[in-house]
Design a protein. Sequence first.
Length: 100
Amino acid sequence: MHVTLVQVKVKPECVAAFIEATRRNHEGSVREPGNRRFDVLQDAADATSFILYEAYASADDAARHKETAHYLAWRDAVAGMMAEPRRGLPYVGLLPADPR
């Protein structure tokens, strides 16, 4: 399984708009054939900090995610909301094993 943790820091005045744009991306992402999880986490101590936990069956599935209409719309919608550049940290998912 291919997992990416995307660290996002948004401008304080953009938190609500970021959450709404990310909700739409989440809803499209979880319907992708290779998607296993797409969690959106907000830091309990800092409302402007988020982690997107994206798990795909393969690196190819993760790459195809970045070609989808919902991802491209999200990327463009949130570009001006960032307080700093987002960072994607790639991981290999070991457990639980992907049964598919």
